[in-house]
Design a protein around this ligand. Structure first.
Ligand SMILES: [Zn+2]
Length: 444
């Protein structure tokens, strides 16, 4: 009895399926490729599609393995899913499963832990076709590189948040021989972090520590979470013609930029969000949360003044190691610079669109020189504007005790001063130091 009811239901279900199924099902859309970008706090999966996705999804978190299921309606699969996601700690496997209707594709993402997915489409642009972006929050890679994690930061040191521009889906500018800005600036950012962490009064926090994209509004938020005292974003310029070259340093303007290069850069920042895949710009919600809060906040003005002062120090140091495009700080309205509570600036290390500078930017020696110039400029700023209760406030304008391995030139470099200035301040006639000797460090 029981059995026949089941059979009857089954037959009924089969009949209705047959009645609903189209005679010749063919997919209008197709998945052309899939990319996986793991980062310290999420894994992003990007599906490239021939046209805008028609999709739905659900999670199966009550069973093992944990699964996110995405149905692409009326969509074929034109790419292999082998070996995707192997680099992510969060993601175990991406595979297909029986689709819910003919001509559709069901993608199953198996996860190692529960994650509330954020899924949003992105329209086609000059670099990518239509995309469906799946963000899966959760630790996906170990933080790598020389910078510390938030829990390792010491509150007696000045914390510098270093933001390597672009990343992941967004390559940034591309040089004439194909170098990516995102790769070059990450190398400079890591070199800068190493120099900062070697300084007894400073420590670095890398906003981006690998090849993945971080939304522009999230970058100042991450600096705020790390309680950073300073924010520096590292970029390499590009222009539509190959001639311009040289570095420049940018601070926030509350108005639009008034130079052609400034307006060009503001445009590329917006393009970066479209390439990198920012949910906020697509939904158009709270695109400028920091700015809204900031316009009423007088502290923004002092942060901008601090940024100008630091920019001048950095320009002074950069001029010694590279050609400068501009010798005065430039102002533009960049989302990444909108932290109300700390000096924030953006360093354009050179024009990657200029063949000579593309070659330089790829050289390790030049990357190190640029990183050292930025480090020295930031250090000078904090020596001149010490923060209460920090190591630099206690040590920078007073005494230094000579340790094994020190030389006058090393000490001078560390404090952003010169050998002759230290000799003058301490009435030294020779450069020979002894361990334990006290030196007065001149303020600049
Ligand atoms: Zn850039």
């Amino acid at each position: 009895m029981r059995r026949s009811i089941f059979l009857g239901l089954f037959q009924l279900a089969l009949l209705s399926l047959l009645a609903l199924a189209p005679v010749a099902a063919s997919a209008d859309n197709s998945i052309e490729s899939v990319r996986v970008w793991p980062s310290p706090d999420k894994t992003r999966v990007v599906f490239d599609l021939k046209s805008a996705p028609d999709y739905s999804y659900f999670t199966l978190y009550g069973s093992d393995p944990l699964r996110l299921v995405i149905d692409f309606n009326n969509t074929g699969l034109d790419t292999a899913l082998d070996n995707l996601g192997n680099d992510s700690l969060l993601l175990d496997l991406i595979r297909t499963s029986t689709p819910k209707s003919t001509g559709s594709t069901r993608i199953v993402i198996e996860l190692n832990e529960k994650s509330e997915p954020q899924i949003f489409p992105l329209p086609a642009n000059e670099s990518y076709p239509n995309r469906l972006v799946v963000d899966l929050p959760g630790k996906s890679v170990e933080r790598s590189g020389p910078a510390k994690s938030i829990s390792e930061l010491n509150d007696r040191k000045v914390t510098i948040a270093i933001d390597a521009g672009h990343g992941g889906e967004d390559p940034g500018s591309v040089g004439p021989t194909g170098s990516y800005e995102k790769t070059v600036v990450l190398k400079i950012a890591r070199a800068l972090a190493s120099l900062i962490n070697a300084d007894p009064g400073m420590q670095a926090y890398l906003i981006r520590s690998g090849d993945y994209y971080v939304d522009l509004n999230e970058r100042p938020q991450k600096a705020w979470q790390a309680k950073a005292d300073f924010f520096v974003s590292i970029h390499a310029d590009a222009f539509r013609t190959p001639q311009p070259r040289g570095g420049s340093v940018w601070v926030l303007s509350k108005r639009r930029a008034d130079s052609e290069v400034g307006r060009w850069l503001e445009g590329t920042e917006r393009k970066s969000e479209l390439l990198g895949g920012a949910e906020s710009i697509i939904k158009d919600t709270g695109h400028e949360p920091f700015l809204a809060q900031t316009l009423l906040d007088m502290s923004m003005d002092s942060s901008i003044a601090g940024a100008y002062a630091a920019a001048r120090h950095i320009i002074g140091e950069m001029s010694a190691v590279t050609k400068m495009h501009k010798r005065e700080p430039q102002a533009a309205s960049f989302a990444v610079l909108k932290s109300p509570d700390k000096p924030s600036l953006l360093v354009e290390t050179g024009f990657i669109s200029n063949p000579t500078e593309e070659r330089l930017l790829n050289s390790n020696a030049h990357q190190q020189k640029l990183a050292r110039a930025v480090y020295k400029g930031i250090r000078q700023y904090f020596v001149n504007n010490p923060l209460d209760n920090t190591y630099l406030a206690k040590h920078s304008n007073s005494e230094y005790t000579v340790k094994s391995g020190d030389s006058l030139s090393v000490i001078a470099e560390r404090y952003g001063t010169t050998v002759s200035a230290i000799k003058r301040e301490n009435d030294l006639r020779s450069s020979v130091l002894r361990i334990g000797q006290k030196l007065k460090i001149p303020s600049r």
